[in-house]
Each structure stands twice: as structure tokens, then as C-alpha cells.
Write a protein of this length. Structure first.
Length: 186
């Protein structure tokens, strides 16, 4: 869940901004503790005070909009009022990863979950996580997981105790999640 979705609905604009700033600050502190950087405490970590708010906002946007196939470095940099190269430098210094590496890691993490917990086809999974084609998903999945999505699914479902014959499929209709039982047709 992205931080933007953690802000309660129905707040006044002023209260919404306060909660959002608080969440951004908290996320910056988490990042300061968890991500490697070029500077910081000598162990490759940047203190929370040194995490640039643009890095925090960029990572929040990646987390929130990873499924948007139109999420691009140039658009995000423009939104944050920095050049694409400067945003790349900021992300790399704070986390050790580029914009693309973060985006693909988030997409692959979600793809892994969908492959195990749903009966969506690989093509549907690719679409849901922001890839236009299964070839793109296959390439990035294999690079990160060292297996193709189709090779990953069966053993992981078995390890998770999900029976193959009556797999659950989550379908979103009219903003509500419903469940239907389907037979595997991969």
C-alpha cells in the first residue's frame, strides 16, 4: 500500500496536507534506516535527516503508481521540479538504485504476489503491474528472480499451500473485490 492511500478520506485540505507531510517524514526516517547510500554513518546508510524530501516523494510515487505503464523518469522529475539526471543522482546516492531499478523491483514484487495468490494469467499479471507485454515481464522477472514467471508460479503456490485444482481468483468489480473459483487455464 502506498503512503498516499494511508491518508484517511474526508479530511479537510489543511488536515490532509498535515497527515501527508507526517507520512512523508515518517517514510524518510524509514528510508534513512533501511537503504544504502553514498554518505551517512560510515556503514553506507544515510541518516533520516539527510534523506532529501524529493527522494522520499519519488519513492512514494513509485510505490503508488508502479502499475502505471506511463510512469517515466522524465515525468516524475518534472513533477518534483528537478532534472531527470539530478533525480537519478539523488535516488542513487540515497538508495544505491536508479529510478528504473526501483520501479522494476516494485513491479516484480507485486507480480510475485499475484502469481502465487491469484489465477491471473501471466499476461494479466504483466498488465496489472505496469508492463505492456509478457516479454517485458519475463525479462525483468528473470533478471530479478532468476526464473520466468511461469516457472515461478507452480512451486511457489505449492509451497504456500494453495491447491492447484481450486485456485482463488480475485476480481475487482465496481470498486469491490469479489472471489470466484476458476480452473487453471495457463
Amino acid at each position: 500500500m502506498g503512503l498516499a492511500t494511508a491518508v484517511p478520506r474526508g479530511l479537510s485540505t489543511e488536515h490532509h496536507d498535515i497527515v501527508r507531510r507526517f507520512l512523508d517524514d515518517a517514510w524518510g526516517q524509514v528510508l534513512g534506516l533501511l537503504v544504502p547510500s553514498a554518505g551517512g554513518d560510515g556503514r553506507g546508510r544515510m541518516s533520516a535527516a539527510h534523506v532529501d524530501s524529493r527522494v522520499t516523494r519519488a519513492l512514494t510515487e513509485i510505490d503508488r503508481r508502479y502499475a502505471d505503464s506511463q510512469l517515466k523518469l522524465q515525468k516524475l522529475a518534472r513533477q518534483l521540479a528537478v532534472s531527470p539526471s539530478h533525480l537519478t543522482q539523488l535516488l542513487k546516492a540515497a538508495t544505491g538504485r536508479t529510478f528504473g531499478a526501483h520501479l522494476h523491483a516494485r513491479r516484480i514484487a507485486e507480480a510475485r504476489t499475484l502469481l502465487v495468490d491469484s489465477t491471473l494469467s501471466v499476461k494479466e499479471v504483466a498488465s496489472r503491474v505496469g508492463y505492456a507485454t509478457t516479454t517485458q515481464l519475463d525479462r525483468h522477472f528473470k533478471k530479478g528472480v532468476r526464473r520466468l514467471p511461469s516457472e515461478y508460479r507452480a512451486p511457489m503456490r505449492q509451497a504456500a499451500g494453495v491447491p492447484d485444482g481450486s485456485r482463488r481468483r480475485d476480481v475487482v468489480r465496481h470498486g469491490r473485490a469479489t472471489q470466484s473459483t476458476t480452473h487453471p487455464q495457463d
